[in-house]
Design a protein around this ligand. Structure first.
Ligand SMILES: Nc1ncnc2c1ncn2[C@@H]1O[C@H](COP(=O)(O)OP(=O)(O)OP(=O)(O)O)[C@@H](O)[C@H]1O
Ligand SMILES: [Mg+2]
Length: 366
């Protein structure tokens, strides 16, 4: 990791009897696009507000750019925050909105005008300076809010669900723009979202939170392909879970048994537990293949029946029922697959197969 710009040192925040953040302890690197991801109420906004200086932690400390800022008020920190609901002034035009925090910056009128023009270029609204704020679309307003935060050239920009109010299409477009803009200006972004797809799209690294705890900090790829807990595996994308019992481990391959899947073989560097003990096997929907001819009873093969399916344009989602398992297995296939021609519908007999390196091993949580 390059130099840390933010150090969060054993930070805890209690509101009365509610522990909003529990012993957060990690660093964010300079220039990183870092996301806080988790379900509603898990403590994302609280942690962001602690970084901004709107909340003081109950315990722990915050360092930004090498300085202890734990007790510093917001306006003395080298950070700026962008809120969810377009926090721009409706009675001011675009240029005045962008210049709002710069009145005491010491810049001359001409210098400020130049900086505003640069910002308008950056957010791809050149020539919009005289436009009234009420004459802008939701996406344009959010870009103006970004420009207003960026013109102060903060070391760190804190963003709390800044795209939350936008419709899906605009949101996806803004995600790409936001990422490009961040790379262009090179400022560290700390971005809060409860949308896992958004976090995967944008981030260099993601901290997954649950009930005040930071469960795991990883790159999008690692979180998706190799989550370290059942919560994270479940929260990011779709995951199928199967209880298994450890058998023997030889040549980098674990043999195991599952009441629902039968014998399974998994490539792994270390077994997840001792022989005879339980673990959880997790398989993503797209790791399965559907087989329509009797695939026999070998390892990593299980017979099932087709349940309902959903056509999603680029891919289709299928539910497959296994004997002895209530919950259907979720299977995804790209719609270009020739095998789709052979699907006849609900109740059809099928076999699921998956490669030895397709599964994730997780500890069994009591
Ligand atoms: N000022 C406050 N006083 C009391 N409790 C608070 C306060 N602010 C937050 N909380 C509580 O702290 C917990 C974390 O809240 P927080 O706003 O950080 O969640 P969040 O992850 O941002 O959720 P969301 O996705 O819904 O915005 C919640 O249980 C919330 O009710
Ligand atoms: Mg929040």
């Amino acid at each position: 990791m390059t130099k840390a710009i933010i150090s969060i040192n054993h930070v805890t925040k209690d509101f009365g009897s509610v522990r909003a953040v529990n012993d957060a302890n990690f660093e964010i690197a300079e220039g990183e696009f870092f996301s806080l991801l988790g379900p509603s109420g898990c403590g994302k906004t609280t942690l962001l507000r602690i970084l901004a200086g709107f909340e003081v932690p109950s315990a722990g400390s915050i360092y930004i750019d090498g300085r202890d800022v734990t007790l510093l008020p917001p306006n003395h920190r080298p950070v700026n925050m962008v809120f969810q609901n377009y926090a721009i002034f409706p009675h001011l035009n675009v240029a005045s909105n962008i210049a709002f925090g710069m009145r005491r910056s010491g810049l001359s009128k001409a210098e400020l005008a130049e900086r505003i023009e640069e910002m308008l270029e950056l957010i791809r609204l050149p020539g919009y300076g005289e436009r009234g704020a009420h004459e802008l679309s939701g996406g344009q307003r959010q870009r103006v809010a970004l420009a207003r935060a960026l013109i102060k050239q903060p070391k760190v920009l804190l963003l709390d669900e800044p795209l939350g109010a936008l419709d899906k299409k605009l949101r996806e477009q803004m995600q790409i723009e936001l990422r490009q803009l961040q790379q262009q200006v090179g400022i560290t972004f700390v971005f809060v979202t409860h949308d896992q797809e958004e976090a995967l799209t944008l981030s260099d690294r993601i901290a997954v939170m649950s009930q005040g705890d930071v469960l795991e900090i990883s790159t999008p790829g690692e979180l998706y392909e190799a989550p370290r807990s059942r919560f994270v595996a479940d929260f990011i994308g779709t995951m199928n879970f199967f209880d298994c019992i450890v058998g023997d481990y030889r040549g980098g391959v674990l043999s195991a048994d599952s009441a629902e899947l039968g014998p399974v073989r998994v490539a792994c560097t270390t077994p997840p537990a001792a022989p005879g003990e339980g673990f959880v096997l997790a398989i993503r929907p797209e790791k399965f293949q559907l087989v329509f001819d009797d695939a026999g009873a070998s390892a990593n093969t299980v017979r099932g029946r087709m349940g309902p399916s959903a056509y999603l344009g680029d891919r289709s989602h299928f539910y497959v029922y296994l004997e002895g398992r209530n919950e259907p297995v979720s299977v995804a296939l790209p719609n270009l697959a020739r095998s789709l021609d052979r699907i006849r519908g609900v109740d059809q007999e099928v076999w699921l197969t998956w490669p030895e390196d397709a599964a994730v091993l997780l500890p069994r949580e009591e």
